[in-house]
Write a new protein. Sequence first.
Length: 385
Amino acid sequence: MRPAPPEPAAGLGLYVHLPFCPGRCPYCDFFAQPFDAAAAQALARAMLDHLPAVAEMAEGRRLATVYVGGGTPSMWPVRFLGGLLEAVERTIGLEANPEISLEANPGTLGPAKLRLIAACGVNRLSLGAQSFQPALLQALGRRHGPEQTIRVVEQARRAGLKNLSVDLIYGLPGQDAALAVADVEAAIALETDHLSLYELTLGPQTPFGRRYVKGRPPLPDDDALAAMEHALLKRLAATPLQRYEVSNFARPGRQCRHNQDTWRGHDYLALGPGAHGHLAGRRFAFHADVGRYVSEVAAGRQPLAFEEALTAQQRALELFMLGLRTVEGVDLAAVARLLGADPTGRYGPALAEVVKRGWATAHGKRLRPTPAGLAMADAAAALFA
């Protein structure tokens, strides 16, 4: 019997992972590798060959969202991207008005390519600007300058891509609050529809993780980081970009639907090496190894690195962990459907404590984090573990 979804008639998503990049950035902890033409050609064939098996997992459901991430998907030929999206529509199908997002590096785009990207169905572009300061971009190992990001935003709009997101990172080496706010000011000046604002994380296997220690120079210490976050939130509060998740801000109606559905515990399929999915309480991932992914698909096997059946309690905990990072909060009715019981029975003490600490408010069937709760999202979620 198929487990009950946390929300009736929830939209189905697809995450596509294209792992190749022009080069490896020293802070990046995602599965990515430098571009290799032969490997990319083999992977392109394998992903198209794998797609029918992924489509079977949809069980007739159409896609509400497609998110193409990486890596640097925008460096791939549009012929492949368009062919892939066409195959997705043909084998799985798309709902009316789907959201189709593409992650992009400003240095890989120009007017002609942007027009072709828009023509093949992409309607949301996520630009990895990371900073508008040349020195910080150099420190991050980025291969574009601030002027390229500005130019690409203008070109994207002329190409018909009206839903644009900009990614920025703060807490960088040598960065202070004034520099961080200057980056946000630059994004505001571009009238971006969406802003993702991420604190620098130090993955232990990355060059940054080996070079720097959190809170020690040249990284900002805890007080400087708190001042930076306060200044950034204060500036953004005076703009049309409304916070809807710890790290995400959007104009009304421009929230990333794919990410929202993921945070709500909805199902999403996966395609490509290193891609993760969640389907009816089963979490899975494909091998984060291009060669192995290609060989497994060629042998007619699902290239699974792992799969795990989650208990109702594990799925409920994920709803708390993800929901307490969002402004809309946790749908307690969805938790009740998973558990088959009123969540106050199991989580009553945690619900009372998170409200007592001022980290959330309870309104009917919704538990919403306060601004203080968003800042303490991990600690708030830990109360429910």
